[in-house]
Design a protein. Structure first.
Length: 217
């Protein structure tokens, strides 16, 4: 049994779990993943055994428990500095933190209108003005990050890091709902979809038996 365990929700639907799992995978550390099916009769009771917030994801590392995706990312960046979860350069790191925090705190309209569903066959859904505004803002963030700091690779700050993990579920939403995007934004989506840990999660999500009707838009 590994010293690290991450408690996650349904892989097909739990976008916050995907974020934290991708961060942990990037460290290269050995870990166990425990899926707690969401929205079942005993779900909250079981989650509370591992997460004081009653929500997933939660990370246990020895006697340390960290909950909330962004907090998990910060903890892992401290524990595994060689993983490069935050950019090394001060300016890039400040931008990456800001970009990640904006995702953490915002884009509620996009998240509600286009729930993550990795098994969904791509099909358009009419977008409200608020969702269109969220998509436009995300595209602007991606472009600015890539232009200023992305020269060292194909991700937002060159190498894959916390900021990319925070936006990986957005990539899935853009694909699942066939949202019209420009070529440079599509290229970044392609990079996320080629990322081996993302592909691993996607394959596991497609094998899950659980179906949550409220997210089957």
């Amino acid at each position: 049994m590994a010293d690290i365990t991450i408690y996650i929700g349904n892989r097909n639907y739990s976008s916050w779990s995907l974020r934290a799992w991708l961060m942990l995978k990037q460290t290269g550390a050995a870990f166990d993943s425990v899926v707690i099916p969401l929205y079942e009769s005993g779900s909250r009771t079981e989650i509370l055994r591992h997460s004081p917030s009653g929500k997933v994801p939660a990370l246990r590392h020895g006697d340390v428990v960290v909950w909330d995706s962004l907090a998990i990312g910060d903890y892992l960046a401290e524990e595994y500095p060689k993983a490069g979860l935050w950019p090394a350069a001060r300016g890039a790191r400040a931008c990456a933190r800001s970009v990640s925090a904006e995702m953490h705190a915002g884009f509620v309209n996009l998240r509600r209108h286009l729930p993550m569903n990795l098994r969904r066959a791509p099909k358009p859904r009419p977008l409200t003005e608020e969702v269109q505004a969220d998509v436009a803002r995300i595209a602007a963030l991606w472009r600015d990050s890539r232009r200023r700091f992305g020269a060292g690779g194909e991700f937002l700050f060159g190498a894959f890091g916390i900021a990319d993990a925070m936006y990986a579920p957005v990539v899935s939403r853009l694909r699942s709902y066939a949202v019209p995007i420009e070529s440079d934004i599509a290229a970044y989506c392609d990079a996320i979809e080629r990322h081996p840990p993302y592909k691993e999660w996607l394959a596991a999500a497609r094998d899950e038996p659980m179906v949550l009707a409220q997210f089957e838009v």
